[in-house]
Every structure is written in structure tokens, then in C-alpha cells.
Unconditional design. Sequence first.
Length: 293
Amino acid sequence: MLSQQIVNGLVLGSTYALFSLGFTLIFGVLRVINLTYGFYFSVGAFVALYLARSMEASIWVALPTGALVAGLVAVVVDSVLLTRIRRTKAGELASLMVTLGAVLALYALMAVTIGTEIQRFPFGFVDNTAWEFGGVRISLVQVLIVGTALALVAVLFLLLQRTRLGLMIRALAENEDAARLMGINVDATVMAVSFLSGFLGGAAGVLIGLNFNAIQPFMGEAMMLRGFAVIIIGGLGDIRGALVAGVLLGVLEVLTAGYISSTAKEAVAFSILVLTLWFRPVGLFGRAQAKKA
């Protein structure tokens, strides 16, 4: 049924959008390509899984704790790997290469420590309650996923637009040197951006884990590919674009899996990415940069 597939796509797309928001923050504000972002996604999911299994924590404890730990890990990893690169203005290629090596090492460490097999949340971690409206089935898990994603997006927008921290982040995104001259503590602001991006990535990891109930160390790799596609389709560094493109990608993937083939959905992100680069290289909400003479 088409309406059911669309609902499922919106649920999946909301997690894609949430994940891509953190990635957009990193690129749009810090101007680096940080491939370790997918690792934070896995960290959030595994922290929540550990709390659910070993401490019998509820979803209301496991979800925010997983996101919080992922945010703190992001601050540490980003500070160690990217501080010098950012200060020397080495560019995106340097950050890409450094974080590529780092994420391979981090994934390997996680696989050795935890194992590579798929793990699942315990039965009853989230109530299996479901409702049916006009033939469309909506579960409590789906409501939780969409509700959490919407709440985090709303909080992020309020933080960026209505707080002093948001003002500092926006100033840093415009020009780091000018932000310093304005008296902004750039290093502290960078740490805040790293924490926020890691928090969003970790929360998305928990939500994806709930959606599919399948968690393993390398789950962040596939999400990074989708994250790249989303931020390019939406427009590099544009938060609105990340939201729209994330939801669009989720819906199209579910429709492709439902009406064509489950294996064909893996090509959806790449196909849309190629079409975007062909016909609108700046993305849905991006703006073309004026060429200098």
C-alpha cells in the first residue's frame, strides 16, 4: 500500500535528516570533511544497547545517554585530529585523509572489542503498541523516532537562531578571523559544534537501531554514504537542504524497496546525487558562488 510505504519512508527519512544535520554543521561551520562522524553514529547506538542490556535502562535513559556519550567522543576525537589542521587552514583534503585513517582504526578497535555480529535491543525495550488509521499501521517505535527527530531539529534551530551560542556558531561559519576580532572564543565554539554534531549523530544511531533493531560496528559506514549524498543534494552547509534531502531520500528508498527491489534501494542515493550534480551542482538550497576575476 502506497500510504504505508510513504509513512515508513518518512520515518526512515527523519533519521537520515537528523544524521545529516550534524554532518552539515561540521562542514558548514568548521569547513572540514570529518569521516569519523559515522563512528559517532555507531557509538550512540552501542551505548544505548549496553544500557538497555546490562542496566535494563529505559529508552528515555538510553537514547539521551547514547547521544551524550557520542557528543563527548566527538569533542575528544575532533580536538585530537582536526585542531592543528583547522588552525593551519590545510583545507578539506587534509581533513579527509586524516579522518579516513582514523575512522578505519576506530572501527577496527570497536570490532575487536565488541565483535562484528549483529546485536539487537532486548525484547520489550520499546512497547510494541501500534495503531491503524485507514489501513496505515503506525507503531509506537515509529512515533518515537519521528517525534525525537522533530524535537531535536526544533531545539537545534532555536539554539542557532535564539541563543548567544547560536550567534557565535553563525559568526564562525561566516568567517573565523572576523569572529576572533569580535571577541568570540573560537576554540570553545568549535568544541560546541563538535559536541552538537556528535550528539545528533549518536541520537540518529540509536533511532536507526530502534527502526531496524540491528546494531553492528560498521553501521556508520553506510550512513556516511547517505550523509554525503544528502548534504550535496540539499546544498553544502545548508540545514534546510539537509532536512528536505534526508526525508526525500528516505521516502524514495522505501518506495524503491517496496515496488522495485530491496537491493535496488542502495542505488537511490547515488542516482539522485549524480542527477543533482548534473542539473544543479549547488544543491536544492545552495547558492552559486561568484567567480573571481
